[in-house]
Write a new protein. Sequence first.
Length: 180
Amino acid sequence: MREEQLRKVTIGELQAVNGPIRIVDYDPAWPALFKKEAVRITATLGDRVFSIEHVGSTAVPGLAAKPRIDILLVVADTADEPAYVPALETAGYVLRIREPEWYEHRVFKGPDTDVNLHCFSIGCPEIQRMLAFRDRLRSNEEDRLLYERAKRDLAAKTWKYVQEYADAKTAVVKEILSRA
């Protein structure tokens, strides 16, 4: 994603890295951090939560990752922000990304744990893609090792924004998804 596109979807200032991306070995505390956030989100939104899942690299035992918990939250309609955004903000989450042109995707940052809370609407195809990728990495050691090598190689480079690093992983993600 180019900088102009990042500015268009980012709420607040862009946060530049201007360096390598920090990747750490798997931390067995990550599932508990997800659980803590899932409890808080569910308590905050109640029956507005259709699904909540731990996704991303921290959801894959044994996989090195950025020490940031990725959470997938499915609500009825992410474009209907009054239905869920104020409640999440009251609980301390901060809306940072609004992508109306890409599945009405929203991303919040957490109140005290480093999280990316990805919000999608029921039926969004990205939900199944994220879960299929996670599940493939959990069940296939070769793909998990392939992905980790790619992540470590890319993370060692200099990036202006984390999104550039994420975008650079697209080819290996597509390759792994083709086997999922």
